[in-house]
Write a protein that binds this ligand. Structure first.
Ligand SMILES: [Zn+2]
Length: 162
């Protein structure tokens, strides 16, 4: 199943995609799964399985971690969410957003995470497409850094390049 690129998905779009995804995988449309979907939709920025679990429990929803992991895997395979490994011992996720692609910097001393926007060099994309005869659909770039002496905290999203 291919999900159309669109500027901004509504929760209704998400529900529709999820219906299709569950059908294709012959999975039941349980309220547990849709509660997880809604929580993801309403979450801005990065999250992981554990923060999802805690937020849902706080809202008195009954969810199992297994269902959370399965749901994250499903949504990721259909590119509704993106999975990141930032060198922590757990995966981080965020919603896939066509209009707001960004990359990440991890400060290794502290685990701090910044997002930045920089136009990915098109000549690299073109060269790789030609070399391997592929069409690159998206990319993910993570820079790992150490603090310098004059380090100061930066805004979480640096858009100064744009
Ligand atoms: Zn991000």
């Amino acid at each position: 199943m291919a999900i159309d690129s669109k500027d901004k998905y509504t929760f209704d779009d998400y529900r529709k995609f999820f219906h299709q995804i569950l059908d294709e995988n012959k999975l039941k449309k349980t309220s547990e799964r849709f509660n997880i979907l809604r929580e993801i939709y309403e979450t801005d920025g990065h999250f992981n399985a554990d923060t999802l679990f805690k937020n849902l429990r706080r809202k008195k929803y009954t969810v199992s971690k297994t269902t959370i992991y399965n749901t994250l895997e499903l949504l990721e395979s259909f590119q509704l969410i993106v999975k990141h490994h930032f060198g922590y011992n757990f995966a981080q996720y965020e919603k896939y957003d066509n209009k707001q692609p960004h990359d990440h910097i991890v400060i290794e001393d502290t685990g701090e995470l910044f997002e930045f926007k920089l136009k990915f060099p098109q000549n690299i994309i073109k060269a790789m497409e030609e070399k391997y005869n592929i069409s690159i659909t998206h990319h993910s770039l993570t820079l790992y850094a150490k603090k310098n002496n004059s380090y100061h905290h930066s805004p979480s999203i640096d858009t100064s390049d744009e």
